[in-house]
Design a protein around this ligand. Structure first.
Ligand code: SF4
Length: 248
């Protein structure tokens, strides 16, 4: 098969290959646990700068105690802080989720609105979180751009933009609307597992035959000697937690 020469051609091939690699729709591909758009919205805000595993460890107790936006809006902040402590930045996150719960109660009858124009008026909610809620929670077209989506769309030559809003506009113009949400989630999974920042595993990548950024394997003689064990620099970069879908 000829190697695609245009962003549109690469986008079409990437959509097909990623769908084979990561099957399922946006809701199935999302690694956050949730039972409703309200839970998904709160979980997505909590996922800033932490892992989905950490969020999934905190939310069952949080939603058991505060099952509705009304309950969360009326909570004692210190009690919420204790429940979300394990997700990091717990004071700021408590302010955000209590603020958005109050806004849902005051302005939307306690329901999460299924529109971008309404979602971005909620405290702590930007286009990225709103697009997660739309595509994963409501099954309507939305293309969240997080750090993985930003990096991979540039590496794959789908855009030269670095601003998330411009990336969203350029890349969605290349994709069928029905593929927006799932393609974003698949790019995030690919960025976590294969196209890892600083050390992409091109040899294991199903997009390598048309990716303009593919890296050739490093010959053994050219490899740099390994750092002595215990090097803080290497450990710091190797253990850096992945950035999650969120707006923080
Ligand atoms: S070929 Fe390499 S740089 Fe391109 S998407 Fe795959 S892992 Fe990333």
């Amino acid at each position: 098969m000829a190697r695609p020469r245009t962003p549109a051609g690469r986008a079409r091939l990437a959509v097909d290959r990623l769908a084979e690699e990561y099957p399922g729709g946006a809701a199935a591909l999302c690694e956050l646990s949730f039972d409703s758009p309200y839970q998904l919205l709160v979980a997505t805000v909590l996922s800033a700068q932490t892992t989905d595993v950490a969020v999934n460890g905190a939310t069952p107790a949080l939603f058991a105690r505060y099952p509705t936006p009304s309950d969360l809006a009326a909570a004692v902040p210190e009690d919420v802080e204790e429940l979300v402590h394990g997700t990091g930045f717990f004071r700021a996150k408590t302010r955000s989720i209590m603020g958005l719960a109050a806004a849902l109660e005051d302005r939307f009858g306690g329901e999460v609105p299924p529109r971008m124009s309404d979602l971005v008026t909620l405290p702590g909610v930007g286009r990225k979180t709103a697009n997660v809620v739309l595509s994963v929670g409501f099954g309507v077209p939305g293309f969240p751009v997080d750090t993985h989506v930003s990096r991979l769309t540039q590496l794959l030559g789908l855009t030269e933009e670095s601003d998330p809003v411009r990336i969203e506009a350029e890349v969605t113009a290349l994709l069928p609307r029905r593929e927006w949400g799932a393609t974003s989630l698949r790019l995030i999974l690919h960025g976590r597992r294969i196209c890892v920042a600083r050390r992409p595993r091109c040899g294991q990548c199903g997009l390598a035959d048309f990716c303009p950024s593919v890296q050739a394997p490093v010959a053994p003689a050219a490899r740099r000697p390994a750092r002595p064990s215990g090097s803080g620099l290497l450990q710091a970069s190797e253990t850096r937690p992945p950035v999650r879908v969120s707006d923080a």
